[in-house]
Structures are given as C-alpha cells and as structure tokens.
Design a protein around this ligand. Structure first.
Ligand SMILES: Cc1cc2nc3c(=O)[nH]c(=O)nc-3n(C[C@H](O)[C@H](O)[C@H](O)COP(=O)(O)OP(=O)(O)OC[C@H]3O[C@@H](n4cnc5c(N)ncnc54)[C@H](O)[C@@H]3O)c2cc1C
Length: 282
C-alpha cells in the first residue's frame, strides 16, 4: 500500500524541529531511520498530517564515549555505527554494543535504524529496549518547555507506549561514567532464524560488585531478574540454583507466561546469557 498524502518537513536544527513539534502536536510524526515507522504509515496504522524528518539535524549524530561525562548516543546514531564502535576507555561496553547491534535484522535495516528510534518505538521484541534498560541508561527529551532526562526503565510504559509527550524530540541516550564501566557481560538472543526479532532474550551485566540481569521479548517490556542478580552477587556459580532463581524471577514478573514452551524459552535465554559470561567475571 502507498503512503497516505502527507506534508514532509526537514528541519535543519533541533530548535526548528522543536518549534514544529510544539505547533503541530500529534499531527506530526518524527521520522528517524523509518524502519518501524514507514511500515506503519504504509499500512495506515498511523495517519499523521506531517512527517518531521530529522535526518538533516547534524547535532543529533553525536556518538561519544567520554571518561568524565560518560556515553552519549545521539538520535541519529544508526545500529550499524554501534555495531562498529570502538570504545577504548569502555571496552567491555563497546564490545557489548557491537555484539548486540550485530544481531538486529540485516545490513539494510542496521544502516538506517537508530537506537533512540527503537527506544521510542518501544517494541516488546526490540533489542535496544532490553540493553538500555539493563544498563539503566537515560533518554534525553527536548521540547520548547525545556530538556528532561528519563530513565529508559521508566520511559517505556508498555508495548509501543512511552512517556514521551507529543511535543518532545528524543535527542540522545546517555549513560553516566560509572554505568558505562562494566567488568563483564553475557547476552543471548533466541531466534527462529538469524536476523529475526527475538523469541526471547536476556542480558547479564556486572559492574564491579553489582549485577543486573534482565529478560526481553517475553512480556510487555523488558523486566529485571533480581533474585538471579542477588545469587550472582553472592558468588553462586552452580547452574541449578542460578536457574532456580531465574525461574522464580520469571514466575513473579511474568505470571501470564503460562505456556510451558514460552517459559522454557525465557529460562533458556537467561541460561545462555549467564553461561556466555566471561568465567573470570565470577
Ligand atoms: C525487516 C526488519 C527487521 C527488524 N528486526 C529487528 C530486530 O531484530 N530487532 C530490533 O530491535 N529491531 C528490529 N527492527 C526495527 C529496527 O530496529 C528499527 O530501526 C527501530 O525499531 C526503530 O528505529 P528507527 O530509527 O528506524 O525509527 P523510526 O521507524 O523512524 O521511528 C520509530 C518510532 O519512533 C519515533 N521516533 C523515532 N526517533 C524519534 C526521536 N528522535 N524523537 C521522537 N520520536 C522518534 C517515530 O515517530 C516512530 O513513532 C526491524 C525492522 C525491520 C524493517
């Protein structure tokens, strides 16, 4: 199906984009990589009057790993840039971003799609919502009313639902320096075929003495696995108690995950992520 007629605008600066969003409100839809939005426009699930293409705003292409300021991933940073990024000061995080981006779809999607767009899309099967929730990253939202910085964990409210106001432009994902300093990580994305959306995915992260364990693509939004994190922090290495902790977490966080097969996918994803951890991290 062809797109319904609409007015395409291409602001050249953030200020210009914010002015247009303030004036147009829900009549406008921001276009970043278009990899999620364009299919929705084609099938007329969304019918905006104006498409606000932000691809000319150079200030949104920032990708910075800074020892004193942390990490900044601008709204036009593509999946492909994160697949290749080198971050000597934050090498484990850089390697995690590379591995995570590499499993998103295929080159054509990775060359256009953006990590910020993926967070705003809030697809329960999306890969970046899981990783940036686990990392406790923040999303920066600008409007004529000012700039606010919201934890991704609070920004994503549910499937395709976020705390973004209609006049807000998401300008970047950010991580504080201590959050960017990982000592180990393990991740797993279970797919029917390589390049597809996840059936289920999991991430295990270590920052000096604290652990974060998160499950994705199983419920409405990524969810934390605190019992597993506590077991790892206590030095547990045996697989059986770790899987029992993960099983309890999954039963608590996702009671609706009642089909045995789906529950098995979730436990398998956590098991694979946990086993992918660098053994020296234990
Ligand atoms: C064939 C195919 C396979 C895919 N496979 C995967 C996969 O395996 N894993 C995965 O995670 N994703 C997958 N995707 C989705 C892809 O990662 C998208 O790139 C991503 O979800 C959205 O990013 P985008 O930049 O394309 O956003 P767009 O499609 O441009 O926008 C998505 C939504 O976010 C809004 N938006 C975007 N940027 C901003 C901003 N800066 N401020 C305010 N609002 C904004 C838009 O208005 C729209 O509502 C796939 C897509 C395709 C087409």
């Amino acid at each position: 199906m062809k797109l319904a007629p609409l007015d395409l605008r291409m602001p050249a600066s953030i200020d210009e984009a914010l002015g247009q969003l303030a004036a147009l409100g829900s009549d406008a839809q921001v276009l970043a990589g278009g990899q999620s939005l364009v299919p929705l426009l084609r099938y007329r699930v969304l019918r905006p009057h104006v498409l606000l293409d932000i691809n000319r705003i150079a200030a949104l292409s920032d990708l910075r790993f800074d020892d004193s300021h942390g990490v900044r991933i601008g709204a036009l940073v593509r999946h492909a840039a994160l697949e290749q990024v080198r971050a000597p000061l934050h090498a484990p995080l850089g390697a995690l971003l590379n591995a995570h981006a590499r499993e998103i779809a295929f080159h054509a999607v990775r060359n256009r799609g953006t990590a910020v767009g993926s967070i705003v899309q809030a697809d329960p099967k999306g890969d970046w919502p899981l990783l940036f929730s686990a990392l406790d990253a923040r999303i920066e939202l600008a409007s004529l009313r000012g700039v606010r910085s919201v934890p991704v964990r609070e920004f994503i409210l549910g499937p395709l639902l976020t705390a973004r106001a209609v006049d807000e432009l998401a300008t970047a994902l950010t991580l504080a320096p201590d959050e960017a300093t990982l000592t180990a990580w393990g991740r797993a994305k279970l797919m029917h075929r390589a390049g597809e959306y996840a059936m289920c995915s999991a991430i295990v992260l270590r920052r000096s003495h604290t652990w974060e364990c998160w499950l994705g693509a199983a419920g409405d939004k990524p969810c934390a696995l605190p019992r597993l994190a506590r077991a790892l922090a206590a030095g547990t290495t045996a697989r059986t108690p770790l899987l029992a902790a993960a099983g309890d977490d999954i039963a608590t966080a996702l009671p609706e995950l009642d089909r045995l097969e789906r529950r098995r996918h979730a436990v398998n994803a956590v098991d694979a992520a946990q086993r992918a951890l660098n053994p020296q991290a234990r």
